[in-house]
Design a protein around this ligand. Structure first.
Ligand SMILES: [Zn+2]
Length: 146
């Protein structure tokens, strides 16, 4: 799954501005998982080239001053975006319904996964902002006796 977090400022003629963050699930192990798909569904499930798509996106994003990050794929579709509870049975793959067994949050399973990627992107941006605001070489001192 790919989630795009774009700045609200859009330049004319540019679909995604330079502040865009693309959040990708790390799909490096997805081939193993999709090989377990029934043969009649295999073409649709595994026929696209994950690695090729990621490389093209990273190349184009770098040219446009955009950023691409990978987040771990495990549990993205099983984690409740509201309370964080992880359980395989939260997600029904056949009906595409996500229903949290802990808090009852219910949504489309792809939507729940997208919210989890969005939250991962926001966390990344928050950590990046903290790093960017650090003054290099800063040492925090405490005076004795106070
Ligand atoms: Zn929940």
């Amino acid at each position: 799954m790919i989630l795009i977090i774009a700045s609200p400022r859009h330049s004319s003629g540019i679909r995604y501005p330079c502040n865009t963050l693309f959040v990708l699930e790390d799909l490096s192990g997805v081939r193993h998982v999709t090989e377990q798909v029934l043969r009649k569904y295999r073409y649709v499930s595994v026929s696209w080239a994950f690695y090729d798509l990621e490389q093209k996106l990273k190349y184009k994003a770098a040219l446009a001053g955009q950023e691409v990050i990978n987040v771990p794929a495990p549990y993205t579709s099983q984690r409740c975006p509201k309370c964080g509870h992880v359980r395989k049975s939260n997600r029904n793959k056949h009906t595409h319904v996500f229903c949290c067994k802990s808090c009852g949050y219910t949504s489309n399973d792809d939507r729940a996964a997208a919210i989890n990627l969005y939250n991962a992107g926001k966390k990344y941006l928050g950590e990046k902002l903290s790093r960017d605001n650090e003054v290099p070489g800063t040492v925090i001192c405490r005076q004795a006796g106070r």
